[in-house]
Write a protein of this length. Structure first.
Length: 335
């Protein structure tokens, strides 16, 4: 893969910053955020992983080397319990609202910025290539307006060995691509391969990669010895439609009363409730297609249906569909 284009020189030139984002579909901004603030969040997350029993003992502050045999993935209960504890860290939300990040988003959106209350946390275990986040478009999962950008913030230094985020340059102008079920976060991937368009660079804490919600991006496998930590935060014009799901914690496996219960007084608590937002419902059409394909794959013994079936079994509102997914999971485990 070719390296990401460094857009740092354009931070003082909003027009050029927008031009590069509109052309490439992404911005790579090394050192945009204060490294010490990112490290504070990393240390808090690592402490949660340690308390959960995921990590080897005797590591230094912020170490994320897992104990042998430990592995968890969304939407397993053990994974979501850790996820929700991490999401409760106030420093994470402060980082997503950092003035330098909001300034860049203001330049890109040319409007008052809404930070989505819902952000996505990644705990990517080493040597689990099959569960690396597959190539996808955010819009399918977040919807609302297409005038939306995500900020991928690494919470660990990501060497080439540890991987990180890759983006398919200029993929944001092709509309919504065809999808199929996959393992890993989101449980679906786009069908086109985007050969020759992929861009990736090793990153450090403080770096940010911003990409358009229609741009295709994916995780790079973690071949290190430690869990890779990162957060995806999303930003859109406050005046444009926002999907109702973006206003709740991820997958609604926790309520805001659980997330912010122990926060000190802060303007970040329920900040979006002060805005007159145009809230729209989530369109399940893409997920329904994904689910239908997953059942077909499961009938043929295809293990790539697992992540979709786990999501259906964990939280689908239709009890018959949940039961069918449970049956399919049992068959795949016995295959």
């Amino acid at each position: 893969m070719r390296p990401l284009l460094d857009a740092s020189a354009y931070l003082t030139n909003p027009a050029k910053l927008r031009a590069q984002a509109e052309s490439e579909g992404y911005l790579y901004l090394p050192g945009l955020l204060p490294r010490d603030k990112v490290m504070e969040v990393r240390d808090a997350f690592a402490g949660i992983l340690g308390t959960a029993g995921w990590l080897e003992e005797g590591q230094g502050p912020g170490g994320t080397r897992p104990r042998p045999g430990v592995f968890a993935v969304e939407p397993e209960p053990a994974f979501m319990a850790v996820f929700n504890q991490q999401f409760s860290v106030l420093g994470l939300h402060e980082l997503q609202h950092h003035p330098r990040l909001l300034e860049v988003m203001g330049h890109l959106l040319e409007a008052a910025v809404l930070v989505h209350p819902r952000s996505i946390l990644r705990n990517i275990f080493p040597s689990q290539d099959a569960y690396t986040t597959p190539a996808h478009q955010d819009y399918v999962h977040f919807q609302g307006t297409q005038h939306c950008y995500a900020a991928w913030i690494p919470l660990t230094d990501c060497s080439a060995e540890m991987g990180g985020l890759a983006v398919a340059a200029a993929s944001h102008g092709g509309g919504i691509y065809d999808i199929r079920p996959a393992l890993g976060a989101g449980a679906l991937e786009v069908v086109p391969a985007f050969e020759g368009q992929w861009r990736y660079s090793p990153t450090r804490m403080g770096d940010v990669v911003i990409h358009h919600c229609m741009g295709v991006h994916r995780g790079v496998p973690n071949r290190s010895e430690s869990i890779r930590l990162s957060v995806d935060a999303r930003y859109q014009p406050r005046s444009e439609p926002v999907c109702e799901d973006a206003l709740y914690p991820h997958r609604q496996f926790a309520a805001w009363d659980e997330i912010d219960a122990h926060w000190p007084p802060t303007p970040l608590r329920r900040y979006w409730e002060a805005f007159d937002l145009k809230v729209v419902p989530f369109d399940f059409a893409h997920y329904e297609k994904r689910d239908r394909l997953a059942f077909e794959m499961a009938e043929n013994g295809d293990q790539n249906a697992l992540s979709v079936l786990q999501r259906i079994h964990a939280s689908d509102p239709d009890p018959e569909k949940r039961a069918r997914a449970g049956h399919a999971l049992t068959q795949l485990s016995n295959a």
